[in-house]
Design a protein around this ligand. Structure first.
Ligand SMILES: [Zn+2]
Length: 215
């Protein structure tokens, strides 16, 4: 399974964490000593050890949605680093008050602090000199977001290889999810690499042609 993804300007490392084998992505702009994480799901010590090993300082955490299997390490990361967290509008309650059925799987879970920046609309943000397109993709949850960096799209639980995220949980909506995927993800460059919140990476073209939920 591929774990390192390289661009001329940055590198991405996939770190699989927690009982739900969530994909956390550690991103570093080349020549920078800062880094940021997308979806630090759990196992904060594993993430902190990795960041220390590389000699990085963690500055930002981007959350694709408020489910605890994607946010489980954030409380401990706040204790260690001075971070800014980005969250999609609509997921505040999920983020602050996670469902017990999920946190029961995470014995060390602590709710993250209520300090974060809310993203309500598609926008560009600059993180450590890197341009990131934040794409609002409701459906898996009300506030689900995807993040595009270079030729990579981080899709959280919205789009997986050959599957899509559950839409039967609170805040989920199948029609909205399919609309988000078809209008905002499948329209990206066909060779864009999809880095989902669980499982293997894929490409937009592969999902357009093979994903049974999208045909
Ligand atoms: Zn989820």
């Amino acid at each position: 399974m591929k774990k390192i993804f390289e661009d001329k300007n940055f590198s991405i490392e996939k770190i699989i964490v927690g009982p739900f084998t969530e994909n956390c992505y550690l991103i570093n702009r080349k020549k920078s000593e800062d880094c940021f994480l997308i979806d630090p799901g759990y196992e904060s010590s594993k993430l902190i050890n990795k960041i220390s090993l590389y000699g990085f300082d963690l500055k930002y955490v981007m959350v694709t949605h408020g489910h605890a299997d994607h946010t489980g390490a954030i409380a401990q990361l706040y204790q260690k680093y001075d971070i800014e967290v980005f969250l999609g509008d609509g997921d505040q309650n999920l983020y602050e008050n996670p469902d017990k059925w999920i946190t029961d799987f995470f014995p060390e879970f602590e709710s993250p602090p209520k300090q974060y920046s809310i993203i309500s609309n598609d926008k560009k943000i600059i993180i450590d000199g890197l341009n990131i397109d934040v794409i609002v993709t409701p459906g898996h949850t009300l506030g689900s977001l995807c993040y595009k960096l270079g030729n990579y799209i981080f899709t959280g639980d919205t789009l997986f290889k050959n599957s899509i995220g559950r839409y039967d949980l609170p805040g989920g909506d199948k029609d909205k999810e399919l609309l988000s995927i078809k209008t905002k993800l499948l329209t990206l460059d066909q060779d864009c690499i999809v880095l989902p919140g669980h499982g293997e990476s894929t490409t937009i073209a592969s999902e357009k042609n093979n994903n049974p939920y999208l045909i």
